[in-house]
Design a protein around this ligand. Structure first.
Ligand code: NAG
Ligand code: NAG
Ligand code: NAG
Ligand code: NAG
Ligand code: NAG
Ligand code: NAG
Ligand code: NAG
Ligand code: NAG
Length: 649
């Protein structure tokens, strides 16, 4: 928002305390109308801003190569999140995490501080990447080339990776740019050359700059890794990610759209903790979709573990997108912000379990630009311009203070990008690739004089239909390690858990990121053993697009069922009883987990009514109804009030 903190932004130049590294983002003086440089989707940066992209690769290599003992190095900044569980920049622990077997990183998860804490964290990373970008730009040969790169470097901001949008030009779901070992650039000598790709991995140099930075299990890795395979030590198999992600992208897209367009409350939108007040329409969260990306891209590599994920360069591309989604949402709901909550179990490096967290809680260890106190959520809530950037969707200054017009532009952009008109999306998915142009979409719109394409209009009388979501709730800590629940609609091979992520009838997953304590056995530490209900979590998977595809195809259902004909609950609930299924596997083994062993697990389906505006933008009813019969009486499903479930009642 352009309620810009001009004073603060200018004050950046006069940081006083030399010892405390101030988190400023890139010091920026906004233009006369409030304009600041844009963090762009990296494929946009690569295609349309090739000089900045070139600097990004060279700069990230420079940043990663910094001496790991330097507090502003890539290594040290990544180490704030989890391991090495040591003070960063002299900010010592103020919590009981060591005695209670808590989590030794500063990062906040399952907490109302989840989204705000990561904002200055990324700003700190970006201000140092920016410094590297300036350094490499200045190394080009004097003259035209150097002038060009120095000019491009000035407005450089880190790109992000939008993992939910349809990849441009039918590109890979997991961009090959993350997978290739080497990459072609124009080097600082002005020549074309191949360099190591800093987006593929970070090379530790050395692995343990200070004794014991990593425990034995993580000291095995000389670099960050994705999908390691026991048979070939040290080989990243990130080429498998694209297929896995492609299989779930439609569901991610629906999930992001649902969050941005239907969640109105900050606490519900941002973080994944569940309590008995949680509304059936609010089981999802930004943190929940964010967890899925850690799961899908990690494959038991660094991204899978909160304790080490920040060392993988992907973490930053991912979390900048998470920050972007928060910024977009916050500008749609400027009046909603966090309410005080007790910090979740267990303690972290700087927070004790049950300590109250609110908008004025210090975001430790991020010093504000005075270097004398920590940033708070309230101070960074309204404006990414505090840290000198905006996103393509949040250029509020373009609307001259007309907030109605600004919000309308956000809704329109979000609806398009995440294909929120499920009927148009279904038609698009059926069309051969060559015909899927925005032009034909526009023509279709003109012809039909309404948001729903004619062949599907009977499914949405008055442009209104019923939306369905799959909800899960479970103990976050009760399994002692991370696990995930897969949802399927239609037949799949139940006998092959390791392949469930590739099943064509997989609708999506909810990933429960347990706070691993570095692979030791104290992850539910504190004796006696913690009650699993101490930390409850929830997640959601939208079902409507998958149901719609079944209506259109008419041939994708389980034995004993009938093809689905409409989206009304009278038809959909019996269809779900026969065709909806769910399974769980552990992160660590990909082995099936007996659903009855997951403490406090409850799986349910909820629905609400949605009206599409003439522009095809969905408007969700606020009331959601639990469709109890859809999952009643099955393992993990809804139970009668009196029935006990597993060991829990
Ligand atoms: C990547 O570049 C290095 C040298 O920088 C070279 O040794 C290696 O063969 C290259 N790998 C590939 C796959 O091109
Ligand atoms: C680098 O290679 C690209 C094509 O791969 C070419 O267009 C460009 O002119 C080359 N630049 C230099 C400085 O050699
Ligand atoms: C890791 O690096 C060390 C030191 O350079 C080397 O001795 C070791 O072989 C490397 N391990 C692997 C798995 O690459
Ligand atoms: C942020 O916006 C809210 C709502 O418009 C306002 O009440 C609050 O004072 C703003 N905070 C800051 C730091 O500008
Ligand atoms: C703001 O924008 C809306 C929608 O674009 C428009 O209808 C309205 O007239 C504008 N308001 C002002 C004060 O310009
Ligand atoms: C559609 O809307 C009109 C007017 O709002 C109403 O009279 C009609 O009953 C609605 N039809 C259906 C099928 O809901
Ligand atoms: C953790 O417990 C398992 C089984 O109880 C055991 O095999 C493993 O060695 C233990 N690991 C550590 C680090 O103590
Ligand atoms: C686990 O906790 C026990 C008792 O608190 C402690 O003795 C042991 O060293 C811890 N193990 C690890 C791997 O941290």
């Amino acid at each position: 928002m352009v309620r810009v903190l001009f004073g603060l932004v200018v004050a950046v130049a006069t940081v006083s305390n030399a010892q405390n590294i101030a988190v400023t983002g890139v010091p920026t003086k906004p233009g006369p109308n409030g304009a600041v440089p844009i963090r762009r989707e990296f494929r946009d940066l690569q295609k349309n801003f090739p000089d900045q992209f070139n600097l990004f690769i060279l700069g990230l290599n420079d940043f990663q190569a910094m001496n790991e003992k330097d507090m502003q190095s890539y290594y040290q900044i990544s180490g704030i999140h989890g391991m090495p569980y040591k003070p960063w920049n002299g900010v010592v622990s103020t919590s009981d995490w060591e005695e209670t077997g808590g989590f030794g990183g500063y990062c906040t998860h399952s907490s109302i501080l989840f989204a705000p804490w990561h904002r200055p964290y990324i700003a700190l990373w970006e201000q140092n990447l920016y410094a590297s970008v300036q350094r490499v730009a200045a190394r080009f040969p004097a003259g035209r080339l150097r002038n060009k790169y120095v000019a491009a470097a000035k407005d450089f901001r880190s790109p992000y990776w939008d993992w939910a949008m349809k990849p441009p030009n039918n590109g890979d779901a997991f961009p090959s740019l993350f997978v290739s070992r080497n990459i072609s650039v124009i080097g600082t000598d002005g020549r074309n050359k191949t360099v190591r790709n800093p987006l593929h991995r970070f090379d530790f140099h050395p692995v343990n700059p200070s004794a014991g930075d990593f425990d034995e299990s993580f000291s095995r890795w000389n670099y960050t890794i994705r999908y390691p395979n026991a048979a070939e030590f040290g080989v990243s198999h990130d080429e498998v990610i694209s297929g896995i992600l492609a299989n779930e992208m439609a569901s991610l897209r629906s999930n992001v759209g649902l969050l941005l367009m239907s969640y109105k409350d900050f606490d519900a939108f941002t973080y994944s903790q569940w309590d008995s007040e949680t509304d059936p329409g609010r089981y999802g969260s930004l943190e929940d979709v964010h967890n899925r990306i850690h799961d899908v891209t990690g494959g038991r590599g660094h991204m899978s573990y909160l304790s080490v994920s920040a060392f993988d360069p992907l973490f930053w591309m991912h979390h900048i997108n998470v920050d972007r989604l928060w910024a977009i949402w916050q500008d749609l709901q400027p009046n909603s912000f966090m309410s005080p909550k007790p910090a979740p179990y267990p303690s972290t490096f700087s927070t004790n379990w049950k300590q109250t967290e609110d908008r004025n809680s210090p975001l430790i260890p991020f010093w504000d630009n005075t270097g004398s106190k920590f940033w708070t959520s309230e101070e960074i809530r309204n404006s990414t311009t505090t840290f000198g950037y905006a996103y393509p969707e949040t250029q509020e200054w373009l609307y001259n203070g007309n907030n109605t017009a600004y919000q309308a532009s956000i809704k329109s952009a979000v609806s398009k990008m995440y294909q929120m008109n499920v009927f148009n999306r279904a038609m698009d998915d059926m069309r051969p690739v060559s015909k899927r142009s925005s032009l034909s979409a526009r023509r279709r719109q003109q012809q039909t004089d309404g948001p729903v394409p004619p062949p599907l209009q009977h499914l949405a009388p008055n442009n209104t239909y019923t939306e369905y979501i799959f909800n899960i709730r479970a103990s976050k800590i009760g399994m002692g390690d991370s696990f995930r629940i897969f949802a399927f609609l239609g037949p799949y091979d139940k006998s092959n858990p390791a392949n469930w992520h590739m099943e064509k009838n997989l609708v999506g997953r909810v990933s429960i990121l347990s706070r691993d304590m570095g692979n030791n056995n104290n992850s539910t530490a504190g004796s006696p053993r913690m009650d699993p209900s101490t930390l409850m979590t929830s997640g959601t998977i939208p079902l409507t697009s998958a149901l719609l595809a079944d209506i259109i195809m008419q041939d994708n259902f389980m034995e004993g069922s009938e093809p689905l004909q409409s989206l009304t609950p009278e038809k959909v609930v019996p269809y779900l009883q026969k065709n909806l299924d769910w399974k769980a596997t552990m992160f660590g083994s990909d082995e099936e987990v007996d659903l009855m062993e997951i403490p406090m697990l409850e799986i349910s389906v909820a629905s609400t009514s949605v009206k599409l505006t003439d522009e095809g933008i969905p408007e969700f009813e606020s009331e959601w109804v639990v469709q109890k019969e859809a999952t009643m009486g099955r393992a993990g499903g809804m139970v009668d009030e009196q029935t006990c479930h597993g060991n829990y009642c």
